[in-house]
Design a protein around this ligand. Structure first.
Ligand SMILES: *Cc1c(COP(=O)(O)O)cnc(C)c1O
Length: 416
């Protein structure tokens, strides 16, 4: 298999490690900005297009601030994510609040910030009205159920907990209209990590058709369509990234056919991608602590599932580079493990890699989204630092590693 790109040389990485002990996640600012610009450029034909970065993918204020600088808004689904946006200056309709099973305080906060609230269920219209009052603009999340196929991470749409059924959607717009809501949006997100461009174009087609039906049947104007997140990234070296330009021109064709031709133009487009914005531009850097040979060959790292949960959680593939041995033949088979007392704490199972030695540095790829973000403290493991590699080669710590004091900060020890 081909090697995947690293944003640093071995010498550079060793210098970074001298002042920042492993494990840590490191993000490549230049690549993040280049990617953001490529996405915007691909939709420059669409007046008012906006990407709302899904904050949950990488909820670091410095990263969210970069998104703001690139002209992105944010997609939030919790109080903490709303507060991050407020603090970095993303407010008003730059925020899309796409939550589910939502506590009232979060609706109140979202409304206060002037966010676009994207409801997950028809009963939330009354809930929102009761607790926060109805805003002028509202959006609904559509779940097409058996009309669409899902994928592994999110499951089949009819099994997924998200969104309105088709009937509820029409009824929901009527209710909201009758309650005085003035402006409307429509959203769907039916897949996760999907690399197939056609699937995403099919979602656009589905949503644009729905806009036409809602306009006709309910008699309201839909102002914007949110194409969701779920855009995949090539975790495996032989996979191909979604080409933003191809997505943009594909959506444009569908738009011309389904929106313009029906006189529904202008319909503002937005997205709430997280993974495809950040995923490929983060790496987990970790050191080999132990090599163990029993019934299998195990490589024990100083990182564990608490630093990157995806492989353990759903068997996700993350490419691994043994630093300094990029050219060497991958002729050994290893299970690459962390230190949790959980047997699924493995970054890779039966992975072909070059021969590994004690103290080697391993780089785990594509951790920029749903990496550090999914961190947890089970087994008393502490979350790592996050570093930002600047366009000028500088390295800035944008989150320090947790300490034992952090870990114990929520308890008091009984007297002994
Ligand atoms: C997780 C999520 C996203 C982002 O998904 P990606 O796969 O990171 O693009 C967007 N919208 C909602 C509602 C989500 O839950």
């Amino acid at each position: 298999m081909a090697e995947k790109r690293l944003p640093f040389t071995r010498e550079k990485l060793e210098r970074i490690i001298q002042s920042h002990p492993t494990p840590f996640h490191i993000y490549d600012e230049k690549a993040i900005r280049d990617n953001a610009r490529a996405l915007k450029n691909a939709f420059s034909w669409a007046e008012g297009f906006r990407e709302h970065f899904a904050v949950k993918a990488c909820p670091n204020p410095h990263i969210v601030a970069i998104m703001r600088e690139e002209g992105f808004g944010a997609d939030c689904s919790s109080m903490a994510e709303l507060v991050i946006c407020e603090k970095v200056g993303i407010t008003g309709e730059l925020i899309m609040f796409t939550s589910n099973d939502t506590p009232s305080a979060e609706y109140v906060k979202a409304k206060q910030l002037g966010a676009i609230i994207n409801l997950d269920d028809i009963t939330h219209i009354d809930f929102l009205q009761k607790h926060a009052g109805l805003p002028d603009v509202i959006s609904f999340r559509y779940n097409p159920g058996p009309l669409r196929e899902g994928n592994v991470i999110i499951g089949k749409p009819e099994q997924a907990k998200y969104g309105f059924t088709r009937d509820q959607l029409f009824q929901g717009y009527r209710i909201a209209r009758d309650k005085g809501v003035k402006r409307f949006g429509l959203h769907a997100m039916v897949v996760s990590n999907e690399l197939n461009l056609d699937y995403h174009l099919e979602t656009a087609r589905m949503l644009f058709d729905l806009v036409a039906e809602i306009t006709r049947d309910v008699g309201i104007r839909i102002e914007f369509v949110n194409l969701g997140g779920g855009f995949g990234i090539p975790y495996k070296p032989d996979q191909t990234a979604i080409d933003w330009q191809a997505l943009g021109s594909g959506v444009r064709e569908v738009y011309d056919e389904k929106v313009k031709a029906r006189g529904l133009h202008p319909l503002r487009l937005c997205m709430e991608s997280g993974r495809a914005i950040m995923g490929p531009y983060g790496w987990l850097v970790t050191r080999v602590l132990h090599l163990k040979h029993t019934y299998k060959d195990f490589v024990g790292l100083d990182a564990c599932m608490a630093n990157l949960m995806r492989p353990g959680l759903y068997g996700a593939y993350h490419h691994i580079t043994v630093v300094g041995r990029e050219g060497a033949p991958a002729d050994r088979v290893y299970d690459v493990t962390g230190s949790l007392c959980e047997n699924n704490d493995k970054f890779a199972i039966d992975r072909m890699l070059p021969k590994i030695e004690d103290g080697d540095i391993l780089v785990i790829h594509d951790t920029g989204a749903h990496g550090h973000a999914m961190g947890f403290n089970y087994n008393g493991k502490l979350r790592s630092a996050e570093l930002l590699l600047g366009p000028d080669g500088s390295v800035k710590q944008i989150r320090r590693a947790e300490t034992l004091d952090d870990y114990f900060s929520t308890v008091e020890f009984p007297a002994v």
